[in-house]
Design a protein around this ligand. Structure first.
Ligand code: 5GP
Ligand code: MN
Length: 323
């Protein structure tokens, strides 16, 4: 930690980047780290490849986030947060490899340890919890925007304080964040208060797609680009839907296969898919994801494949037989 704080203090222009298709933790950590470094007098570039999902756009500073790798110029240090490997940032990975100091801050057990400095705490409830400690060490005061961004990261990554990563320390940090001005009711209403009608219709299709393995231990949901088109929704509308599959009684593992928009061979049935895995505690899904080149946490992980839907489904059914 001390070496990282020293490095940040010595830097002039710092890139802060998080993973593609950002969740609340990636966005909250990005903004909080970026704003804190600005308070410390640094020139900062905040980068995320993907558009920011609507529920998070209320966060202060969100308009400062840039989305094109060309906007990353002349940085002497990069802070990469919530990424198990550097390629998770997307297209900018190659640019980041050329930055002289790369600092890797994460809470995924599967983190490969890239970069020149690592601060990896698999026990942390969220990357935002680690960023909270970094900000304290930097000696920057917790402003309302920083506290709100960190609180959003922790709230979302703990599934609203329901998942196993929720600990006493989680609440201690949140106590400090609320004391600094984060407003739990306000954040919750932005994140969970409203659903578009398209999203409800998509949920209907998602629920309808659920299949259960022969042994009753695995549930599978599949969403295609066609379903998004039919309901006028975007990929971010899928966020959280896997939890319905996970809550089915006696399920150990829930899987959501989501067709991605880009890539895929124009001929044949091969398409690019993102596969999300959730475990109810007994199965380590990070280990399963790792066998497909992905990663994550023991209870929430994912990977990418380019294949036919029937192909990936049969692999999942084979996996179910081993549970
Ligand atoms: P989700 O299924 O919600 O996309 O991701 C669940 C968890 O797995 C997150 O912590 C996410 O960072 C991780 N994850 C998802 N997809 C990948 C992937 O392709 N590679 C790696 N390393 N981690 C992933
Ligand atoms: Mn996270």
């Amino acid at each position: 930690m001390k070496r990282i704080i020293d490095k940040l203090s010595d830097s002039r222009r710092i890139l802060v980047a998080t993973h593609v298709n950002p969740d609340g933790d990636a966005i909250g950590s990005l903004l909080a780290m970026g704003m804190a470094l600005e308070s410390a007098g640094k020139d900062v570039v905040m980068y995320n490849e993907s558009p920011i999902p609507t529920p998070y756009r209320f966060l202060y500073g969100i308009d400062q986030v840039v989305h094109h790798p060309e906007e990353i110029t002349q940085c002497d240090t990069a802070v990469v947060i919530d990424c198990g490997d550097l390629d998770r940032v997307g297209e900018a990975a190659d640019i980041i490899r050329q930055i002289s100091v790369v600092i890797n801050i994460d809470h995924h057990v599967t983190n490969v340890g890239f970069g020149d400095y690592q601060l990896i705490k698999p026990g942390a409830c969220a990357s935002a919890g680690i960023i909270y400690e970094v900000i304290k060490q930097l000696g920057v005061s917790l402003t309302v925007p920083i506290a709100t961004a960190l609180y959003t990261g922790i709230l979302t990554d703990t599934g609203s304080f329901r998942f196993g990563n929720t600990s006493k320390n989680t609440f201690s940090i949140c106590e400090a964040l609320v004391a600094a001005g984060a407003n739990p009711a306000d954040v919750a209403s932005h994140l969970y208060g409203q659903y578009s009608i398209g999203r409800l219709k998509l949920l209907n299709k998602a629920l309808d797609s659920i299949e259960i393995s022969r042994n009753g231990k695995l549930s599978l949901m599949a969403l295609t680009q066609q379903m998004l088109r039919d309901t006028g929704t975007v990929p971010e509308d899928i966020d959280g839907m896997i939890n319905y599959a996970r809550r089915i009684e006696n399920i150990d593992v829930a899987v959501l296969i989501r067709e991605k928009r880009n890539g895929g061979s124009p001929t044949g049935n091969n398409r690019p898919y993102h596969v999300s895995l959730r475990s109810n505690g007994t199965v380590d899904v990070a280990a399963i994801a790792a066998t497909y080149g992905g990663g994550g946490h023991a209870s929430a992980a994912g990977f990418q494949v380019e294949t036919a839907l029937s192909e990936i489904k049969s692999k999942i059914w084979a996996l179910a037989d081993t549970l």
